[in-house]
Design a protein around this ligand. Structure first.
Ligand SMILES: NC(=O)c1ccc[n+]([C@@H]2O[C@H](COP(=O)([O-])OP(=O)(O)OC[C@H]3O[C@@H](n4cnc5c(N)ncnc54)[C@H](OP(=O)(O)O)[C@@H]3O)[C@@H](O)[C@H]2O)c1
Length: 251
């Protein structure tokens, strides 16, 4: 099996890479800064310097990865940019990076992978959205809006690629204890409900891809909380989510 993971140099992507390497598969990973890879002495790991915001860059990395292989079995897009505040409270640069990486990057990854998989007439594509993109409420952050868009984009590709034997799996995780999440929260994850570790997330994500699930929301408690919240009238939901955001920011 040949697996390519965009945004695979750290965090969830790298954990998935190690999972597939442990099965003996060939794994290609990419990021803007390959030096971030903590351990790269795996025989079947190939690392590429790539920006998902540039379609030709991601296509070239895939081409190089597949040069001596005959198929691309799984493509996972873990690349993401995160600044947790409402639009207006974040810089233009942060907003631009989030929109480029999370939205354009998602489309670029689908395009690069589908071109190869369409000729094969099979393959699996997965993208990491976020549980925060499941709900529609006032005052949600720009990050949340971009992840909501990721879910919509993946839905469009799911329908478009089904006739070609290509499955699309959207992953909507709750909080996963990655270095990035810690860095964004000054190493304090005490206000992150239902936090899970990278290994648990990796098992859930890899099983979802294997079973060709369309949308997976996890952990289970977070999923049911989101489902319950989605049943509330929007005015009440808005108040709850506003208070939650204030509590998380210690306002
Ligand atoms: N951790 C959580 O609690 C959580 C919850 C829900 C959803 N998610 C989503 O899960 C994904 C992974 O999160 P994580 O916590 O594992 O974060 P992470 O460790 O920062 O991983 C992000 C990866 O994407 C790469 N990347 C970022 N921008 C890129 C670009 N423009 N082109 C190519 N690669 C790029 C990063 O490398 P470079 O910076 O070197 O490019 C890195 O390899 C993200 O999409 C995030 O939004 C995370």
């Amino acid at each position: 099996m040949n697996i390519f993971i965009a945004g695979g140099t750290t965090g969830i992507g790298y954990s998935l890479a190690k999972h597939y390497l442990s099965k003996g598969y060939w794994v290609g990973i990419c990021g803007r800064n390959p030096a971030k890879v903590s351990e790269n002495n795996f025989e079947k790991l190939q690392i590429f310097q790539t920006d998902v915001c540039d379609l030709s860059s991601i296509s070239l990395a895939l081409q190089q990865f597949l040069a001596d292989k005959n198929s691309l079995n799984i493509f996972i897009n873990c690349a993401g940019s995160y600044a947790e505040d409402v639009a207006g409270n974040i810089s233009y640069e942060e907003a631009e990076e989030m929109l480029q990486t999370n939205i354009l990057g998602t489309v670029n990854c689908f395009e690069a992978a589908r071109k190869i998989m369409k000729n094969q007439k099979n393959g699996r594509i997965a993208v990491i959205a976020s549980v925060s993109g499941i709900l529609e409420y006032e005052n949600s952050s720009l990050y949340t809006k971009t992840k909501r868009s990721v879910i919509q984009i993946a839905d469009a590709y799911h329908r478009a690629l089904q006739p070609f034997g290509i499955s699309v799996t959207t992953i909507a995780p709750g909080y996963i204890d990655t270095q990035k999440l810690r860095a964004l929260n000054q190493n304090d994850l005490s206000k992150k409900p239902f936090l899970i570790n990278e290994e648990t997330a990796t098992i859930v994500i890899s099983e979802a891809i294997e079973n060709k699930r369309k949308l997976v929301i996890f952990p289970t408690k977070m999923k049911w909380m989101m489902k319950s919240l989605s049943l509330l009238p929007s005015s009440l939901l808005n108040i709850i989510m506003f208070r939650k955001a204030k509590w998380m920011k210690n306002d």
